[in-house]
Design a protein around this ligand. Structure first.
Ligand code: AMP
Length: 208
């Protein structure tokens, strides 16, 4: 099964993706995670991407498209994948469609995790991420509840950057909802609930 996860930053895409990986073993391809790893490792891609990420802007399409193409060709992704944070605009969505069709594959579902903007702002401000395992928690987690690692606040989860990320989402990414609706593969879950409840609907929407 090939899935695109849609939703504003902080909607809970990553949390739902982690559960789907745990239960169904789909390859989780998060462009944000891949880019953060590139920045941490000081690769050429990381050096080029860092300033955009720090500002909450989108990294240039070609850099991200190359990254996704490479990742999609890995063995685990051939069995089925979950794209999280990609595509982020129409150029990326059209490119993804043509890359997949060249491989004789297609998307089965675009799942929108729908959360009102005021809730998103509150969530992002209190979001903390584990440095070791990537678990997504809140400001009340002193250490990671999964692995005991150090929890930190992503630079782009700070208030000044959150505003820009949401503006970028509204302008560039939200039109993809209509794009996938037009393809007849859009499913929507209400993400403004407890993650366990959202997960029940996520599985239902995906027919899992
Ligand atoms: P995320 O973890 O998905 O919120 O991504 C963090 C940051 O990485 C974004 O604010 C962008 O700067 C960059 N990024 C992630 N995915 C993409 C993408 N598909 N296109 C461009 N930039 C991206």
């Amino acid at each position: 099964m090939n899935i695109v996860l849609l939703g504003a930053p902080g909607a809970g895409k990553g949390t739902q993706a982690q559960r789907l990986v745990r239960d169904f073993g789909l390859a989780h391809i998060s462009t944000g995670d891949l880019l953060r790893a590139a920045v941490k490792n000081g690769t050429e891609l990381g050096v080029q991407a860092k300033a955009y990420m720090d500002a909450g802007d989108l990294v240039p399409d070609q850099l991200v498209i190359d990254l996704v193409k490479e990742r999609l060709s890995e063995d685990d992704a051939r069995e089925g994948f979950m794209l999280d944070g990609f595509p982020r605009n129409t150029v990326q969505a059209v490119t993804l469609d043509s890359e997949l069709s060249a491989l004789g594959r297609e998307l089965d579902c675009a799942l929108l995790v729908d959360v009102p903007f005021d809730v998103i702002i509150r969530r992002l401000s209190s979001r903390r991420t584990c440095r070791s395992c990537g678990h997504i928690g809140t400001a009340s987690d002193e250490t990671c509840p999964v692995c005991g690692g150090e929890m930190y606040q992503r630079d782009d989860d700070k208030p000044e950057t959150i505003k820009n990320r949401l503006a970028v989402y509204e302008k560039s990414t939200s039109p993809l909802v209509e794009y996938y609706r037009g393809q007849g593969i859009l499913k929507i879950v209400d993400g403004d609930r407890d993650p366990d409840e959202v997960y029940v609907d996520t599985k239902k929407a995906l027919g899992l």
